[in-house]
Structure formats: structure tokens, C-alpha cells
Design a binder for this molecule. Structure first.
Ligand SMILES: O=P(O)(O)OC[C@H]1O[C@H](OP(=O)(O)OP(=O)(O)O)[C@H](O)[C@@H]1O
Ligand SMILES: O=C(O)c1cc(=O)[nH]c(=O)[nH]1
Length: 187
């Protein structure tokens, strides 16, 4: 398999500019995960790093948040021979499992997502898993771009760790330069 950064670079997934993130923070870098996800072969390769890392860890179910997390959870579950579920927004800062998804009490769940920035989306899935009676056995992401390593009370595996600067809107030097702000993603 090619180097992870090479895959992101060659698909044009690493964008440079002035971006509004899901958290409301601003950043000069945006990892457009759908440049990877839209290529089943590349998606399969990166997902295999997560599936391999968590094999033999007793995982019983894979869960992710909408939207990219659904595709990852599905592919990782396929590779691990498991089922997958996804957590949808049910309120501000709250996700839940709908669609008749069943989580057995105490089931060991692997939570996956594409990009990790502040950890809010992952934390919403962790809360949904706990509320549904499952046990979080691990977390897997494609790119961990958090400024400083985050603590989730569960192990975190990333295909790539790339600590990336973010700015609060009031302190953003890119805003001060007058660079137009662009928004990707769905939330
Ligand atoms: O760690 P956080 O600060 O929560 O940010 C990371 C989340 O934000 C993005 O989701 P987005 O809202 O773009 O959802 P999408 O997959 O529907 O595009 C990304 O895909 C992660 O899920
Ligand atoms: O934090 C985010 O919203 C985010 C950052 C990033 O680099 N890529 C992405 O898809 N979302």
C-alpha cells in the first residue's frame, strides 16, 4: 500500500486556504476525506489499517457518525466480518441510533470516523453507544488532526496523525488578512 500522505496528496484531498470547520473553528488546512472515500480501493486500503489494528480485540460491532463515518464503518465492518451501525444527529450536540439498529447490552463497539479535529463528533457517538448500553472498545480515524492529543477513555488509532493549527474566529489571522472563508462538509 502507498504511504497514507501520498494517497491524500495524489487524490487532491489536502486543501489549503481558509476553512470553516464543523466545530466553528477556522483552519488553513482542510482534509477533504471524500477524495479518499469516493475511491473504493483507497478507502478499502485505509480502512484495512483500522480493521487490522483492532482484529483480535473482541470487537462485536462497528459504529460511526454520519456522513463519512457511515462509509468507513461499513467497510471496516465488512473487513472484520461484523455488522455496522451509524449515529445520526437527533438534537444539537446529540446523536442517536435510529433505523432499528440493535446494540446488545455490553457489546464491544469500535467507533470510527474520517477526521478527528476537536473530538466533538466522536464524543457524540461515544455518548450514543453508552446510552444504548454498548461498551466502547476503541476508536479509529483516518486522520487525527487535533491540535493536542485528545483523551476519550478508550484507545485511539489513526491512519495518520497530523496536528494542525485551528483558530477561534475572533483570533483568526486569515480573517485579518481578508482571505475568503470557505465551508465544506455537511454540519
Ligand atoms: O472532531 P470534530 O471537531 O467533531 O470534527 C470532525 C468531524 O467534522 C467533520 O464532519 P462533517 O460535519 O463535515 O460531516 P460529514 O461527514 O457529514 O461531511 C468530519 O467528518 C468529522 O466527523
Ligand atoms: O473539523 C472539521 O470539520 C474537518 C476538518 C477537516 O480537515 N476535514 C473535514 O472533513 N472536517
Amino acid at each position: 500500500m502507498e504511504d497514507v500522505v501520498t494517497l491524500f496528496e495524489k487524490t487532491g484531498a489536502i486543501l489549503k486556504g481558509h476553512f470553516l470547520l464543523t466545530s466553528g473553528l477556522h483552519s488553513p488546512i482542510y482534509w477533504e476525506k471524500f477524495r479518499i472515500i469516493e475511491n473504493p480501493e483507497y478507502n478499502q486500503q485505509l480502512c484495512s489499517m483500522i480493521a487490522d489494528h483492532y482484529k483480535d480485540k473482541g470487537i462485536e460491532l462497528v459504529a460511526g457518525p454520519t456522513t463519512g463515518g457511515i462509509v468507513l464503518a461499513h467497510e471496516i465492518a465488512r473487513q472484520m466480518g461484523l455488522k455496522c451501525v451509524f449515529a445520526e444527529k437527533i438534537a444539537d450536540s446529540e446523536r442517536g441510533f435510529r433505523r432499528g439498529f440493535v446494540i446488545k447490552p455490553g457489546a464491544k463497539i469500535l467507533v470510527v470516523d474520517d477526521i478527528l479535529t476537536t473530538g466533538k463528533s466522536i464524543r457524540e457517538v461515544l455518548a450514543a453507544v453508552k446510552k444504548a448500553g454498548g461498551e466502547v472498545a476503541g476508536i479509529g480515524v483516518l486522520v487525527d488532526r487535533s491540535d493536542t492529543a485528545l483523551e476519550f477513555n478508550a484507545p485511539v488509532f489513526s491512519c495518520l496523525r497530523s496536528a494542525t493549527t485551528t483558530y477561534k474566529p475572533d483570533d483568526c489571522p486569515l480573517c485579518q488578512e481578508g482571505l475568503p472563508l470557505t465551508k465544506h462538509g455537511s454540519s
